[in-house]
Design a protein around this ligand. Structure first.
Ligand code: UDP
Ligand code: MG
Length: 315
């Protein structure tokens, strides 16, 4: 199989038929084998009925139905699991992404990239609640992950199979796939894509998504830099905090012993004790983290590295 198109669907009954036929038009023209995977993420409308119809008519369509709403990230994750294509393309079901852009993404992948992300340069969403938060978010995410993209939130993306199969997704993590892929040594590209207003139904997200994204960003940053060596970060913080507390404490004791300055009424004493305690806490947390990291990798046989290829050795 050459291409798998993965589409998360939640209450998008009005858009599905149109999406399917324009997608079909684009994919048939490519002259490659493909499949279209719809994940029905607990839709309450007739989405599943429509998808089922499509799957019965067309052998290239696969429908995965969730028992309940598990979220867009889980839906994509399920799609990746079942995808058989060498290249995996994701897009939204609400017709905001254009299937006509898919060939552009594929071209870029064939040009040697492992992950190609769409960039909705002229985004047709609300300015205040969508475009401005998203502009800032993209700046911050780029800065913190070190992978500079204009549009992390665009679902229209294409991935090489080897990359995506090595990434596990939780929370709202799907938008960070390029950053996680970078850790696996992937090369990341960007392509300008079209974007339209939502024609039917409502967006499934509000402004509160910003907070989820920030929390996920912290997780990603931690995973990228310290997941295999938590003591390096927690231990460092612990040592700094403990050392400052210790120095303050020593100074106070010297003042008490040699200059007869009473110790009992000095706020600095509290600070010193607090910093030492926090330092011990941080170091213990780092040690717990180290044990967690070992459990995480060893219990699942997850290596702490990614091999690209192995040659020689008589095989
Ligand atoms: N979606 C989903 N599960 C959810 C929320 C959204 O499968 O819990 C799907 C939704 O049907 C759409 C895509 O994810 O295909 C993006 O959602 P939406 O268009 O509401 O987000 P926006 O474009 O407004 O950021
Ligand atoms: Mg949308």
């Amino acid at each position: 199989m050459d291409i798998s198109v993965v589409i998360p669907v939640m209450d998008e009954e009005e858009s599905l038929e149109e999406l399917y036929s324009s997608l079909k038009g684009v994919l048939d023209k490519l002259g490659k084998s493909y499949e279209i995977i719809f994940i029905d993420d607990g839709s309450k409308d007739d989405s599943f009925k429509i998808l089922k119809n499509l799957a019965e008519k067309d052998r290239d369509v696969l429908v995965i139905r969730f028992r309940a709403n598990f979220g867009q990230t889980a839906a994509l994750s399920a799609g990746f699991k079942y995808a058989k294509g060498d290249i995996i393309v994701t897009l939204d079901a609400d017709l905001q992404n254009e299937p006509e852009d898919i060939p552009k993404l594929l071209e870029k992948i064939e040009g040697g990239y492992d992950v190609v992300s769409g960039w909705r340069k002229e985004r047709k969403d609300k300015l205040l609640t969508r475009r401005i938060p998203s502009f800032l978010a993209n700046k911050v995410i780029s800065r913190i992950t070190g992978v500079y993209l204009h549009d992390y939130g665009c679902t229209l993306k294409a991935y090489r199979r080897e990359i995506i199969k090595n990434i596990d997704l939780y929370g709202q993590m799907h938008r960070f796939i390029p950053a996680l892929a970078k850790w696996l040594g992937a090369s990341i590209g960007e392509v300008v894509v079209k974007h339209s207003k939502r024609k039917h139904g409502r967006s499934k997200y509000g402004l509160s998504r910003t907070i989820t994204v920030i929390l996920d960003l912290i997780t990603v940053r931690f995973l990228l830099s310290f997941s295999t060596k938590p003591i390096q970060i927690f231990g460092l913080l612990g040592i700094i905090s403990g050392a400052i507390g210790f120095v303050i404490g020593v100074l106070l004791v010297i003042q008490r012993q040699f200059f007869r300055i009473p110790l009992g009424n000095r706020p600095m004493l509290f600070l010193s004790v607090l910093l030492i305690f926090v330092g011990i806490q941080f170091i213990s947390m780092g040690l717990l983290g180290e044990m967690q990291a070992r459990t995480y990798h060893e219990s699942q046989n997850k290596p702490t590295y990614v091999v690209k290829e192995i040659i020689g050795g008589g095989e």
